[in-house]
Structure formats: C-alpha cells, structure tokens
Design a protein. Structure first.
Lengths: 452, 906
C-alpha cells in the first residue's frame, strides 16, 4: 500500500508530508518534483501520473494547482491511489472550505489529523467527510476566501480546476457560520462537460456529454432526500447504427444515457420504475451520479471558419460563431483559439461593429490567436476577421498548418442533454422546516473543436 | 524544577526551544495545547524539536483527544531517534488501550504500531490481543491493520503469538470494515511470506463475496484484489463468482470498477459457454468506456489497462473506437495511449474514419504526438492489407506539406511498408527522393538509404544519390554508416559499373581503416572478403529475398500478456512489466546483519578455484553475442591486404552475414525477434547494483547444469572485467568455466549461459537451498546476492524406477526415513499434465492410482551421487493441498525436496 503522501505547491514546496511506512527515503518529494518538472528535459511536457524512479513508484494528481502525491514500493492498484488522492483533496476542501496553499498551511494540524484517520499504514480507511466528523476534533481555521457569499453570480462555476469544476460553495462543512447558526441548505448541481468535433464542412464527427450530478448538503440531521429525474430517461444505447440520425432528435424525444454510475449512498429501488433516486446525503461534496451520453444533441455553438489566401504571403481568417441556445441563457468567459502557421509574423484583427467586452491577442510564442468574449446571449452571432502576414510564401496549404479552432465556454442554467431534476424532496422534520434548495445547471466546453 | 532551570541555562540565549519547553509545562491546558501545536509546526517544517521529547510525552496523559493525537503524532516522528525515552510512553499507551472510550483504545494501538522501536513492540502484544477482540468495530479494524504493522517489524512475534489465527477469524467478523482490513492485512503478510498465510477456500470466498456488498469502496478493492488469487474449480463456480462481482462495474469509484474487471477477466478464462462470454464482454464495455470520462490521471491508468485487454479480447471494445479519438485538450500522455489503442482497434470497417483522425493529428503542434500519428498510419498500412493504399496516399499528402519531422517519420514507416508489400508501391520512390536533402535524423536517413540500395535498379540516379551521402560518411552516426555500406554493396552488385566500383572502394576503405566502430568494420571486412572471393555468392547473400515483415503493433509476448492480464488494475499493468521487474521492497534491499561475514567467505571462494579466474579484457565469445570493444585492439593490426590469406571459409561467413543483415536492416521490427524465453528473475536489482542489474536462474539442458544470466548495464559508465564466484553450498555448485561477459557500454546488456559443476565447494552443515553468489567487475564494488538451488535442476536423467524396483527400495529404507508434508499452496488440476510436467524435470512417474476421489501418484527422482527420492503424492484433483510423502536415504534433504515440489506444483 502507499508509503507516503505529500502535497506540493506548484513551485515544489512541501506543504504536507506524511510517512505511513518508513520504507521510502526522505528525499522522495524532491526526487519526484525534479522528475515531473523535467520530464522531457527542457520541453514542457506533462509527466504521466504514474512512474517509477529507483524502485519507488510515484503516483500523483493535480488538484487546484497543487500536486497530491503518493509513493509506494509494492504493486498497488494505481486507480485506487489516484482515487484516494482525489478524495483526500475533496475531504480537505470540505473541511477547509477552500483548497489552496494558504488554507492548508493555516490548518496543517487538522490536515494531519484527517490524514491519520483517512489512511492507516497506507491503507485507505474512510474518505467520507460524514464518517470522519466523528473522529476528527480539530476545528478548521477558515480563511477569508471561504467567506465569499455562498451564492455568488456565475463566477461561482469558475472554482476549482479547469477540468473538474467544483461546485459553487466555498463554505466549510464543519465550521460554523460566524453568526453561530448554520443555514439549512442543499445544493444540487448538474454539470455537463461537452466535447464536439466538427469536420471542415461543419458536420459533427464526434460528440459526447460527460455529466455529473453533484450534491453538497448543509442539512442538519441528515434527512432522506428524493431526487426525481426525467421520467423518460433510458440507459444503454441500443446497438450501433444511426447514431447521428438527426431526424429523430428534432423534437423532445427521450434522453438516452450510454452508461451511468452512482454514489454508494444512493438507493435505486424505484429508479427503474419512476427514475427517482433516494439517498441520505453524507456531509460534504460528492457526485450522486455520473453519466455519459453520445446520443445526438444540439451543440450550443456553431463554429464557421473561413481561410482565404490574399496574395502570396497574406491570408484572411473569418471566424463566425453562432449561439444555438435559447435567448434566456447566456454563455460567459468564452475564448476561441486558433493555431496559425509557424511562419506567421503579424496578425491584425477586425471586430464587428459595436463589439463590447471582446478582446483579441496574437500569441507569438505559441503561434496562435485568441479571441475572448465576456458573454454571448443565446441566439446571437459574432464574427471576427483576422489578417495574417507571413514571413514566407505559403505552399497553398494554410488550412493544413493552421487550426483546429477550439473553444472554451461556460453556460450557466443550460444543459445540452436535457437531463432534468424534476423535483428535490426533503423528508420533513417539522412543518416549519423548509431548507433552501438550490438546483443549478451548467454546461462547459471540454474539447470543443472545429477542424479546418 | 532545578533540572528544568539548569537546562534553561544551558542555552546561551533564550530561543524558541526553551520558550516552548516552558509552555509545554504550563498548568493551563490551552497553553499546553498551543505549545504542542507549535512543536508540531516546527517539526513539519523540518526543525529539530526532538530535545523536547520528555516534555511532550508529559502532555500525553490527558482526556483531551485533540491534544492526545498531537502528542502521538510527535511520538511517531521522534520515537526512533529517542528509543529510550519512548519507553516512557509505554505505560500511557497500555493504559489508553484499556480506556472506556473506544476512540482512545484504537488510537493507542494504532500509534503503538507506528512506533518502530523494538522495545515497544514487546509491550504492544497484549494490548493488541485485547483490541483484536474488542467489542467496538472501530477498535477491531484498527487492530487488524496493526497486525500487519507488527509483522513488518517482527514477523516471528506475530506468528508466535497466534495473531495470524485471530486475523483469519476476523474474516468472519460481522462488521464489513473489520473484514476488509483483515483481508488487507492478511494479503500483505502473505505477500512477504512463502508459507500459506491467507488461503482462499470456497468458504472464505462466499463470506468475502457477501461482505463485498456492505463494505466501503476501499474495502471492496481490498477484497476484490484478494479474491483475484482464487481459482474457481469449474465453469459453474466461475460464472457464480462473476455474477456476484458484476454489479461492482456500476460503482462510481474507478478502482472498484477496474478490480472488478480484473476479477471477471480471470474467471472468464474458465467459462466455456460462448454466450456467457459474449454477454460479459458486452457488460464490461460501457464501464470501461466510462473510465475515459474521469480525470486524465484515471484515464491514463484505464488506457494502459485497456491496451492489454484489447490484445486479449479485441471484441470487447471493437465498436467503441470513437471514444479513443483524441480530444484537443487531452494531456499528451493520454493522447499517446489513445493512439496505441486506435491502432489496435483499427479494422477494414473503421479505417477511413481512423485515417481522417491520424491525418488531423499529424498537423498538430506537439512534435512527439505528430510523429507517433505518422507512424500510426504506417502501422495501419502494415496491419490492414486492404487499406494499405489509402494509408500510403495519406502519407504522401503529409510529405507534401514539407514539415521536416513529418517527412522523416513518413520515410521511416514507408520503408517498413515496402518490406511488408514488396513490389507493390515502389512507384512512390520518386516522390520520396524529392525530400532527400531535408533529412537530418539518423533513422530517417538510414531508412532512405536502405530504400535507395534496395531499389537501386529502379532509381536512375541511385549512384548520384548515394554519392551525395558518401561525402559525409565519417561524420555520420553508426546507424547511417552501416546502411550506407550495405546500400553501396547492393548498388555495386546491381550495377557493377565504374561509378559504383569507385564508390565501393571509398566506402570499404572508410569502414575498415578510418573507423573505430567494430560493428561497421567487421561488416565491411565480411563484404570485402565476400566480394573478393565469390561475387556470385555475395549476390545470393546481399540481394537475397527478405522475409516479409508483419505488423507487430507493439504486441506483447503471449506469456507476458497473460501475466500482465492477471495483474490488471495494478502498477504492473500500467508499466506493462511483470511485478518482479520493479518491485523491490526496501526490507530486502537493506543489508542483512550477517553481510559482514560474507565477503570473507566469498573471497576464500575466489582463491580456491583460481584456475577459472578470468583475465581482464579477455576476447569476447565468438558467435552472435554483441561484439565487444575490447576486441578492437586485437583485430586492428590485421592489415586489409592480408584479408584473402586469412579469409575464413565462405559458408561460415554467410552464416554470420545473414544474421547481421537481418538484425540491422529492419530497424523497426526488432521486437519480433526478441527471444520468447520467460524473463529471468532479477537477483540484483539495478537500484542495489548502482545501475547494474543481474537476473539469473539455474537450469538443466541435456544433462548439463547451466546458470542462465542476464547482465544489464543501466549505469553511466562502461563496465568490464566481469567475474563470478559462488560461496560454498550444499551441492558444491561452482562455475565450470569463466564468465563470458564482454565489456558493457551504458545501456548495453548481455546474456550468457555459464556451465556449472557439482561437488566443487561443498559446505558442511544441514542442507540448504541457499546459493550465495558474488559478481565483480573492474568499476564497481563486489556485489553479493542470493539465489535458490531447486532440486529440479539437479535431478539426473537416470532417476526412473519400475514398480518392483520402487517397492524394493521403499521396503529397504527404514520407516524413520519417511517424511511427509502438506503442500497447501500446491494443486493438481490434471494428473497426466502434472506427470508430464514433472517428467520434464526428471521426476519420473512409477505408478498412479485413484482411491475414493483421491489421486495418488508414485514418483522417483535421483540426485547425482545416488541420492534417490521415493515419492507419494496424494491429492484431490483441482483442490488446493497436496500431501507429499517422501522416503529417502538422506531424510535431511526432504525439506529441499518439498520446496522443489511446491515450486513445480504451483
């Protein structure tokens, strides 16, 4: 099992270091960091999450800019260790409200106590915040960032790492509010990450939704909760065949998930009959359900890119994006990137008339340009013209050396899969018991790409 | 208090430590607690606060759990450096282990187990015994893990005090958390123990499968991993197990899913019904694909595992190739793995889609990824005959973009395509030649030169093209020089005109006189002799038709693949290496206490058999082993003009030449020619040997005993002057000749068979299988390592007896010479297969009979010097546990014999 667990900052500083078995030499953190930093010499290349140096296996994950690392000498299950590291990060976040270098340093005694209860002799014991509460006695010292209003605007979805958006709430599960009483509330977030690849002629080559229903409960007494999903939800794709048969998807239609899995606290007794999940939510943040869908769906953005050569060493790029979602929703923090031929020397941009909150940038180092838009209202169109100047004659194959166009965005209160929470029922303790219930949807780009 | 004061004065100024000391001894609880926190804070940033040991331990007696935990944290850290003071804490520990609060009881036993001080472990036993039977499950589960901790410190103590039995009892505990920890502890102890500690019977199996449903996710992984060692008796049982495990595939925890997949794959081996297998494959696909929606780190582990799974069972994911298409924001390590799997899943049905993807990837930014994508196109061409043409047209399109590294990579793969489909696609050579001057990487250059040489008759200006390379011959890397040499010879044989004749003179001169590279020089000499003795023979050899290569798609050797599949969901399946290749427990690597004596014994051994001492820089062995640099100086004086005189007979040369040619031309296909022998066990890991790794195993071939050895030089220096010596041992095994290991450059390796003789340096005392080996070289200290002598390599071919002889011999030996043992880990699945297997190791079957569902086999075997073993094996087919009774004139050898049988009947 794991021998040591440590948390390093981005600069390689040791923030937390716990040795469970004393079989790996002390310098392991430095060896690890040097290896990760110079994985491929000077080239910036990410090290794989699992590798072996001199008989010591190093397994790591990146969470919120921190490196969570475990070492071992035996043939462990690497997925167990990776899951464990991620879970440890989540438990710490549950306790501290926010996870960063500062909060870890301020609470190191608590963190060590958590690590001792969660792992014994390298074997994971429990990583449930709920269970840990009865064994852990230190109180978190909540740092300022944790006192953000619990329900900020859309910025709330920007928490956590880029890949795994943490839910909005940066409030410790265990610490009491300054006022003394805890607010009774529960958050349910339906987070969907969508991946779409458009061919050069605008067809959809691949499309996929990775969704998760995340819950974070601040309810006292752990009441039972019923969560009802679409009644017509069906699971399991029926064979291959016409996966991209658009004729059938025009209207409502049923939601078909390829596969899904559930948190261990979820009872599925009535799931087959009426698509409701029953659970007693443990404290802390957790995924009630993860799902994956390749059923055709309407991509929220259409990307149209046109490259025209203008003379031997000049070209013009016209990028058009159309927001294909209802005008009631608004996407924010949109960025569109396009790699350019290596011999591009200058780019001049031309934004549409009356453009607000749009910026453009030619990144010479990485030879690509970036177009950022603060927000896009559903149903609208936006266009960018970029004139490229080359240092040499292009060989007539600019399209092969430029692109693909990739896009990042977040659309709050919109989900592409049409998976819905019909209702969220909390077992009542008394007539006056009426906790706050927040059900929120958000769609994010994962790999959203249009080829040239 | 005066003591306290004196210490106070001993520091020159009032610093942090004295201040903390004062606070630790404060009467106020809060102040005490704050002080301990400050101490811990100092400890974690690496300050030495061990001088406060006594003061911190004084804070231990408190009801405040928060404070107690802090003190314990401190103790774990410093007990090792202050063992005498640690004893002070023992009383409190023992008291705490009987506290009415279960949290305190558990905390005490957990912490004591972490303090690796011998004196403390003695006191740990009684509290541990109590806690293992505690009423509270939290205490029991903590105690279960503590047994593993104690075993790590003092294995004997655990066995003597009967903790293993108690641990086994806990498997039936009513709390799943306790069961899971007991399983984890037993599995770990088993791993470090050769005896049967944790056997999974059908009874434990059903208990554990039940516990599986109630455990935490982590417990589920422990149980699934432990159960994967269980071999089901038949298909029906296997199906039952699979049915109980399948729901785990729906778990949100990826580790649970992968461990369940492993379990199902293992049981599937036994399931015969194709319907059931097909159904299981169908069930496994969605959860495996879902793993790819997890974080990239999980994806990476999943992809490495899927890579193995699709090699064994390609149908599982045959229709899912789209999920392996790369996303633009995938980390590079994920993209690389996805490419591998795409190649494996590529078929005539999906190749168009796949090629479209590869083409796209080939224009991305990351150079390594682009190269791999280009190579992938070539591999698909080699794999799918019907798609080859489409693949090639994509490659040509990519060449036209004129991105340097894309062109070079394309040329490398096109060379392989030519070898796979000879006389089919040569029309594209002209296009390739256009890019000639942009090549600057050795492998691409070598490939292009190979193409020019191979098709010299079709390329009008082949001589001009080659000549352009010749100018820089001395500066080229060895790889290119070798290809230039061969290509020029080919050109000359195909077009024996004036130009090529001049060229060949230049090349041969360059490659013999001007070079230090023995490979190049030797090859040049062979060509030279061949051309000067018999040009027709040279044609037959050099222009011989090449064997058609096939796609290896990085396929693993089947036996390695099976071993890796049995290790799905472990690090082994991520590295694609068997566990023994990278697992080296620290315990094994640390020097043993008796190491001090060993050098003497080994030194004595050296002088005893000094005749076999190897002379430094001895000539490398002849044959196909790598040519060593030491031979350079010896061969150099031979002048080129003398060649005809010393020319060896042509046929011998041909043998070598073909070997060389085949080994070097298809640079990409080397893995297919790798030996199919199972890897030798590592005896000296590179971590211990300063980069030198030695693997080896004794074996018998045609009645002669050999020591198969593999030396791998992973260090940064050239190693030479290898010698080997064996310490005295029970059978007097010693080297029969000198160790034939040439100079090893960094990164080089050499395998050798060392002939061995018996009865050279016998050690007195009770028989033991221990073989102590010493290896030295000129650059490093002497390395000592231990191997095992298994009797099976010693048994002679004349050990067979017929029934009357057997009975006679059995009767004449006194009953006291009969010894029997239950080999609990052994199992006989099939009598005929087993007897055949044993016969291969010179253990001869005398008779077989079946009695009340038990099979009894009588066997005989003989060691040199007439030590005969008469054996009776009793077992139930397919059920673990074989009773082995042995009667022999040397009963003290019986234990060695049992060890041997156990290894043979695994």
């Amino acid at each position: 099992m794991i021998s040591q667990l440590f948390v390093l900052s981005q600069r390689g500083d040791n923030i937390v270091f716990r040795d469970y078995r004393g079989e790996v030499p002390k310098g392991s953190a430095e060896i690890f960091f040097r290896k990760v930093k110079f994985w491929k010499g000077d080239e910036p290349e990410e090290a794989p999450p699992v590798f072996n140096v001199d008989g010591v296996n190093y397994i790591h994950v990146k969470v919120a800019g921190l490196l969570f690392v475990a070492t071992t000498r035996v043939n462990v299950s690497p997925s167990l260790v990776i899951e464990l590291l991620q879970r440890i990060a989540r438990v710490i976040k549950d306790y501290l409200g926010v996870l960063n270098e500062d909060s870890l340093r301020k609470n190191f005694v608590l963190v060590y106590e958590l690590l001792d209860e969660a792992i014994d002799f390298g074997y994971p014991q429990t990583t449930s915040t709920e269970v840990l509460k009865s064994y852990v006695f230190n109180e978190p010292i909540v740092i300022d960032a944790a006192r953000l209003p619990p329900l900020g605007p859309a910025a709330m979805f920007m928490q956590g790492s880029k890949r795994m958006p943490g839910t909005a709430v940066t409030k410790s599960v265990v610490a009491n509010e300054p006022g003394g009483r805890k607010r009774e509330e529960i958050f349910v977030d339906i987070i969907e990450k969508i991946s779409v690849t458009f061919s050069s002629s605008g067809y959809i080559l691949t499309s996929e939704i990775d969704g998760t229903i995340q819950m974070k409960s601040y309810l006292t007494g752990n009441p039972e909760i019923r969560l009802a999903l679409n009644e017509d939800l069906s699971i399991g794709r029926s064979g291959g065949g016409s996966v991209y048969d658009y004729s059938s998807s025009a209207g409502g239609g049923i939601v078909v998930l390829d596969d899904c899995n559930f948190h261990e606290s979820v009872h599925l007794d009535s799931f087959d009959s009426d698509r409701t999940l029953t659970l007693v939510p443990p404290d802390g943040e957790f995924s009630v359900m993860n799902y994956r869908m390749t059923q055709e769906f309407k991509p929220p953005f259409r990307i149209n890119a046109l490259v025209e050569e203008a003379g031997s060493s000049k070209a013009e790029v016209i990028l058009k994006i159309r927001a294909d979602f209802p005008s009631s929703a608004t996407a924010n923090t949109i960025s569109v990137q396009m790699p350019l031929p290596t011999y591009t020397t200058r780019v001049s941009f031309e934004l549409e008339a009356g453009a607000v909150g749009q910026t453009t940038d030619f990144k010479e180092g990485s030879r690509k340009f970036e177009w950022c838009l603060k927000k896009i209202v559903g149903g609208s169109d936006h266009t960018l013209r970029a004139k490229l100047t080359f240092s040499q004659e292009s060989h007539g194959n600019i399209t092969r050396e430029a692109g693909p166009v990739s896009m990042n965005f977040t659309i709050p209160m919109y989900n592409a899969s049409r998976l819905q929470v019909r209702y969220l029922q909390i077992a009542k303790k008394s007539k006056t018991y009426n906790p706050y219930r927040w059900v929120r949807y958000v769609t994010q780009a994962n790999s959203y790409v249009a080829r040239l | 208090m005066s003591g306290h004061d004196s210490k106070y004065f001993s520091t020159t100024k009032k610093g942090e430590i004295p201040e903390l000391k004062e606070e630790l001894n404060s009467q106020y609880k809060d102040k005490k607690k704050d002080a301990v926190k400050k101490v811990i804070a100092a400890m974690t940033v690496g300050k030495d606060v061990s001088s406060l040991f006594a003061d911190v331990v004084n804070c231990m007696q408190t009801e405040n759990l928060e404070l107690k935990k802090l003190v314990y944290l401190y103790l774990i850290n410093y007990a090792k450096s202050q063992p005498d003071l640690a004893i002070l804490a023992v009383n409190t520990f023992v008291k705490d282990s009987q506290d009415p609060n279960p949290l305190i009881r558990a905390l005490a036993v957990r912490t004591m187990g972490c303090i690796r001080v011998d004196k403390i472990t003695e006191y740990l036993c009684d509290p541990l015994q109590r806690c293992l039977k505690d009423d509270d499950p939290y205490v029991r589960k903590t105690a279960a893990i503590c047994v593993a901790k104690l075993y790590d410190i003092n294995a004997e103590l655990v066995e003597d005090r009967g903790f293993l039995e108690t641990l086994r009892d806990l498997i039936s505990d009513n709390n799943p958390m306790v069961v899971a920890n007991a399983v984890a502890a037993l599995a770990e102890i088993q791993e470090n123990n050769t005896g049967p500690v944790f056997e999974i019977t059908s009874h434990t199996l059903s208990k554990l499968l039940t516990a599986l449903n109630e455990c935490t996710e982590w417990g589920q992984v422990f149980i699934l991993d432990a159960l994967s060692r269980y071999k089901a008796a038949d298909a029906r049982e296997a199906e039952n197990i699979v049915e109980r495990v399948t729901p785990r595939l729906q778990h949100a925890n990826c580790a649970v899913v992968l461990s369940a997949v492993k379990m199902i794959l293992l049981q599937m081996e036994l399931i015969t019904s194709p319907d059931v297998v097909r159904n299981l494959c169908k069930k496994m696909a969605p959860p495996l694909v879902t793993l790819l929606s997890a974080e990239p780190e999980i994806q990476y582990v999943a992809l490495r595992n899927i890579n193995l799974i699709v090699q064994k069972r390609p149908t599982i994911l045959a229709h899912e190739i789209k999920v392996f298409f790369c996303k633009y924001n995938d980390p590079i390590y994920v993209k690389m793995e996805k490419l591998e799997i795409m190649i494996k899943l590529a078929s005539d049905r999906n190749i168009d889609q796949v090629l479209l993807e590869f083409k796209e990837y080939a224009t991305e930014v990351d150079v390594d990824f682009v190269r791999k994508a280009v190579r992938a196109i070539g591999r698909c061409a080699i794999k799918l005959e019907r798609a080859a043409e489409r693949c090639i047209s994509v490659l040509l399109e990519l060449i036209k973009i004129k991105v340097n590294y894309v062109v070079q990579e394309a040329i490398i793969v096109i060379k392989d395509i030519f070898r796979r489909y000879p006389n089919t696609y040569e029309s594209i050579i002209a296009t390739l030649c256009e890019s000639l001057d942009t090549l600057d990487e050795p492998e691409a250059k070598a490939s292009m030169i190979w193409i020019i040489g191979e098709y010299a008759e079709r390329i009008d200006n082949a001589d001009e093209l080659l000549e352009s390379f010749l100018e820089s011959f001395p500066e080229e890397p060895a790889l290119v020089q070798l290809q230039l040499l061969t290509a020029t010879v080919k050109l000359f044989l195909k077009k024996p005109t004036e130009g090529p004749q001049q060229m060949i003179q230049v090349v041969l001169n360059n490659a013999t006189v001007e070079t230090d590279n023995p490979d190049l020089r030797d090859r040049a000499y062979i060509y030279w002799r061949l051309l000067s003795t018999d040009p027709e023979a040279a044609k037959d050899v050099v222009l011989a038709e090449k064997p058609v290569i096939s796609d290896d798609s990085n396929q693993l050797d089947p036996s390695l693949l099976d071993e890796l599949l049995a290790n799905i969901a472990t690090l082994s399946s991520v590295y694609h290496k068997p566990p023994e290749a990278f697992v080296s427990r620290a315990k094994l690597a640390t020097p043993k206490p008796d190491d001090d004596e060993e050098p003497d014994a080994a030194e004595a051994g050296y002088s005893e058999s000094s005749p076999s001492r190897v002379v430094n820089g001895a000539p490398a062995p002849s044959g196909s082993s790598p040519v060593s640099h030491t031979s350079t100086s010896q061969a150099a004086p031979v002048p080129p003009t003398a060649t005809p005189a010393t020319a060896a007979p042509v046929p011998d040369l041909l043998g070598d030449l073909i070997g060389l040619d085949n080994a070097i031309v298809p640079a990409d296909t080397a893995p297919t020619t790798a030996p199919s022998l199972p890897p030798l066990p590592v005896l000296l890991p590179k971590a211990t040997g300063q980069g030198l790794q030695i693997s080896g195993q004794l074996l018998q071939r045609d009645g002669q005993i050999f020591y198969a050895l593999l030396f791998e030089n992973n260090s940064q220096t050239v190693l030479d002057g290898f010698m080997i010596q064996f310490n005295k041992n029970t059978f007097g095994l010693a080297a029969a000749g000198a160790l034939q290991v040439p100079q090893l450059a960094p990164g080089a390796s050499c395998s050798t068979l060392l002939p061995m003789v018996l009865f050279q340096n016998l050690s007195p005392g009770p028989p033991s299988s221990l073989l102590q080996v010493a290896v030295k070289n000129n650059q490093q200290p002497v390395w000592y390592f231990n191997d095992k002598i298994l009797l099976q390599v010693l048994f002679t071919e004349d050990g067979g007896l017929d029934r009357p002889e057997f009975l006679e011999a059995w009767k004449t030996l006194p009953d006291a010479n009969e010894i029997s043992k239950d080999l609990q880990n052994s199992v006989i699945h099939n009598v005929d297969a087993t007897t055949k297997h044993l016969l291969a190791h010179n253990i001869f079957t005398v008779a077989k009979r079946n009695n009340a569902n038990k099979d009894i086999i009588y066997l005989s075997a003989k060691l040199p010097r007439g030590i005969t073993f008469l054996v009776e094996l009793t077992s139930v087919i397919g059920v673990p546990g074989v009773k082995c009774a042995v009667k022999t004139s040397n009963p003290e050898m019986a234990s060695l014999f049992f060890e041997t049988m156990e290894s043979l009947l695994k």
